[in-house]
Structure formats: C-alpha cells, structure tokens
Design a binder for this molecule. Structure first.
Ligand SMILES: Cc1cc2nc3c(=O)[nH]c(=O)nc-3n(C[C@H](O)[C@H](O)[C@H](O)COP(=O)(O)OP(=O)(O)OC[C@H]3O[C@@H](n4cnc5c(N)ncnc54)[C@H](O)[C@@H]3O)c2cc1C
Length: 380
C-alpha cells in the first residue's frame, strides 16, 4: 500500500535484541494428587515443565473422595465447595461447563446454636453458592488428572538430595529412577512433616505447627429416606457437626444414603474407638435429629487429618507471594502446598497449588538455569 504523503519516512535500521534465555524445563515430582497437587501440576505443565504426580491411593482426589459399593456411592470427604477468589471462580466455571461440577442448592438447616465466631453477622447475608462434583466429588480431580502423568500406588516414604538431584523412594517400588530437580509436597501437614524430618528441618517445623483435626464420618444406607424434611444441616451439638442426604445432590440417582460427620472434639476423643461403637453413637445422634428408620448398612471412615489451617504467620524465607499460600525454598527447590496453608478447604487447596507452581517456575535466586532435562525420560 502506498504511504500517505504526510507520514514521515522512518529510517530503517535493525535492532538486535538480546537473545532470550532458553526456557528451562524443570523436572518436578509432585507428591500427593489431591486438589492442591493437581492444581500445582496443572499449572506447571501449562508452563511446559515435566511433571510426575505420585499418590499412595488408587486414584486422585485425596480428601474430596467418594466411597463406592454395589448400587451406591457416597461422598465421605469434602461435601461441597465454594469459590470466592477470581482465579478459582474461573476454574469452577470451567468445571461446570465441562460437566464435572454443578451448583448445589440444598434445603439447608442449622440445628443448635452456632458458636459466636461462626455466626453470620447482619450485613453478611450475601448468598453462598455451593458446588459439588458430578456425578461424585472426585469428578473435578479426575478431570485434572487426565492431563497428568499420575503414578498411583506410590507411597513416597523417603526423600534424599545429592548434587542438586532429588531422589524419591516409594514403599511399593523402592528408589525411583531418575531424579528430579524440584519436589512439591502436596500433603496434609503431618504427612509432609514426616517426609521432611532430617531433610529440611525448617519446613518440617512449619508443618509441625498444624496438627489438623480428625473427623469420624458415617455413611448410612437406607431402604427409604429417614429424613425427607431437609437436604443437609450444620449441627451444633456434641456429637454431630454435619448431616447430608448424599442421594439428593445433583446427578446422583441412587438409594437413600446419608453422610454424618462428627465434631472435631468428639472425633478426637473417640479416635481409637472401634468403628461399630462410633457408628452406634453417631446413628443415635442422627435419630435424635428426627431420622426415623434404621439403616440397612452403615460404614464408618476415620479421617485422621481432616482439616486445619496454619496458625500464625509463615516464616518470611519460605512464604510464596504477598499473602503466602504455599511454602518454597528456592535454593533447595523443595516446597509445600495444601489446604492447610491457605484456609483449609478445597478452594484453598487449589489456590495453594497454583501459588506454589508460580514459585517453582520463577528463576532461581542466583539466576542459574537449573538442570537441563529430558521431559520424556521415564520414572521407574
Ligand atoms: C470429612 C471432611 C469433610 C470436608 N468437607 C469439606 C467441605 O465441605 N468443603 C471444602 O471445601 N472442604 C472440605 N474438606 C476439606 C477438603 O477435603 C480439603 O481441603 C482438600 O480436599 C485438601 O486437598 P489437598 O490436596 O490439600 O490434600 P489432600 O486431598 O489430602 O491430598 C493429599 C494426597 O496426598 C496423598 N498422600 C499422602 N501421603 C502420601 C505419601 N507419603 N505418598 C504419596 N501420596 C501421599 C493422599 O493419598 C492424598 O491423595 C473436608 C475434608 C474432610 C476430611
């Protein structure tokens, strides 16, 4: 196209820009395939890093879990999630669009008086949107895991670092070959602490600050619904803290199944009790709420490390970001993420994983590019 007579002709010259540094492909081991580990791995892969996820269980999703039996399934870990941070709001929107999550609007009761610190104040009446995975709470994690190299049945029981190379040992397969240049522990605090003892004492001490609360959970299956008056309730009584009609959540088409969760203090006191005793006590408390039938089957699950949120501030040396949501030692290339570092819920777990991924991607403090790796080399 001819240039306009008014436009000045710029002299032509070429500028040679400084060569962009070669992107470094990190070889990262993420231990724990709950929502924190998956979110971290997802972001790292998005930045082109080579990621291996290890989990001791048979599948991903951690405490956002579902128990399955003949003709029934039941979310016996996390019950639902909320979203307030814009990044997580977008993620949840994607989950809903792809059919792995849905809005859940239960008929919700509060039974008994909530402790003062949990009572909603006037003016805090904004509606809370609750979401569940569909058809089960594991669905979002399953979808994230599809994009990952996930090795299940790997209980990592030891870490060791030689010449900048992290080596992992699994209880089932022994020492894994080859090593990794970065390691992420996406585990409940006490489990992270156990792996860090003698490896990184400061991070171990940080994890030791969060003991995490237990939670006894009962799954009760009925021939007919024993309590049709509401879908779920927060319970402020000595034994129970939450009851929920699992079969009435979206996209569940199955027999009547109620989930009963015990109070943290009660769970702690009854931690070593036999499951039959726990079931009996929790069903009696459920009957006192109005459940008018006996279940045809009841199972108990003891969550030793159900929930927790780090008390106090993160040590400055390891906090990631202005409001630290994860811990990272850039020199050792070792970090921790998980719900307990960011408020103790599914949203916090996902945000913590994202925050740690950013730190892993950042250049090392001395500007060194790190080890060159073949992202496709196998782990055995
Ligand atoms: C009973 C209960 C009810 C809850 N209710 C809600 C709720 O309603 N809403 C909400 O938002 N949150 C709820 N939560 C909390 C929620 O489940 C967690 O915040 C979230 O799932 C934590 O994710 P995470 O990735 O940090 O940890 P996890 O989900 O615990 O993931 C850690 C993973 O590490 C694996 N692992 C552990 N040790 C090793 C090892 N040595 N080697 C390899 N793998 C290992 C585990 O198998 C697990 O998969 C609830 C939790 C429980 C237990």
């Amino acid at each position: 196209m001819p240039s306009s007579p008014r436009s000045p002709q710029l002299p032509s010259f070429s500028v040679s820009a400084p060569a962009a540094p070669e992107p470094v492909v990190r070889r990262v081991a993420v231990i724990g395939a709950g929502l924190a580990g998956l979110s971290c791995a997802d972001a790292l892969r998005g930045h082109g890093h080579a990621v291996w996820l290890f989990d001791k269980s048979r599948g991903p999703s951690g405490r956002a879990s579902t128990r399955r039996g003949e003709g029934w399934s039941c979310d016996h870990g996390a019950q639902y999630f909320t979203a307030s941070d814009p990044a997580f709001v977008s993620e949840v929107r994607r989950w809903c669009e792809t059919g792995v999550a849905a809005l859940w609007s239960p008929r919700l009761r509060v039974i008994g008086e909530a402790p003062a610190n949990l009572q909603r104040q006037p003016g805090q009446a904004a509606p809370i949107h609750r979401y569940v995975g569909v058809p089960t709470m594991t669905a979002p994690a399953q979808a994230l895991a599809q994009r990952q190299r996930l090795l299940t049945g790997h209980t990592i029981d030891m870490l060791r670092r030689n010449d900048g190379d992290w080596r992992l040992r699994s209880a089932e397969h022994g020492w894994l070959e080859p090593g990794f240049d970065s390691v992420v522990l996406a585990l409940p605090a006490p489990q992270a602490q156990a792996l860090l003892l003698g490896v990184h004492d400061e991070l171990a001490t940080l994890a030791a600050r969060e003991p995490m609360e237990p939670c006894w959970t009962v799954m009760a299956l009925y021939e007919r619904d024993p309590l049709p008056q509401f879908d779920a309730a927060f319970v402020n009584q000595p034994v129970l803290s939450w009851v929920c009609a699992n079969h009435r959540k979206p996209a569940r088409d199955m027999r009547a199944c109620w989930v009963l969760q015990a109070q943290p203090a009660w769970s702690r006191a009854w931690l070593e009790a036999p499951p039959e005793t726990v079931i009996e006590a929790m069903l009696a408390a459920f009957a006192a709420l109005g459940a008018d039938a006996a279940p045809r089957q009841a199972l108990a699950h003891r969550w030793r490390y159900a929930r927790g949120a780090l008390a106090g501030a993160m040590p400055q040396a390891y906090g990631v970001g202005q409001r630290p949501r994860a811990a990272w030692d850039a020199a050792a290339r070792l970090g921790m993420c998980g719900d307990w570092l960011c408020g103790g819920r599914i949203e916090g777990a996902w945000l913590s994983g994202r925050a740690l991924a950013q730190a892993v991607c950042a250049p090392t403090p001395d500007g060194s590019p790190g080890a060159g790796v073949d992202p496709h080399s196998p782990v055995v």
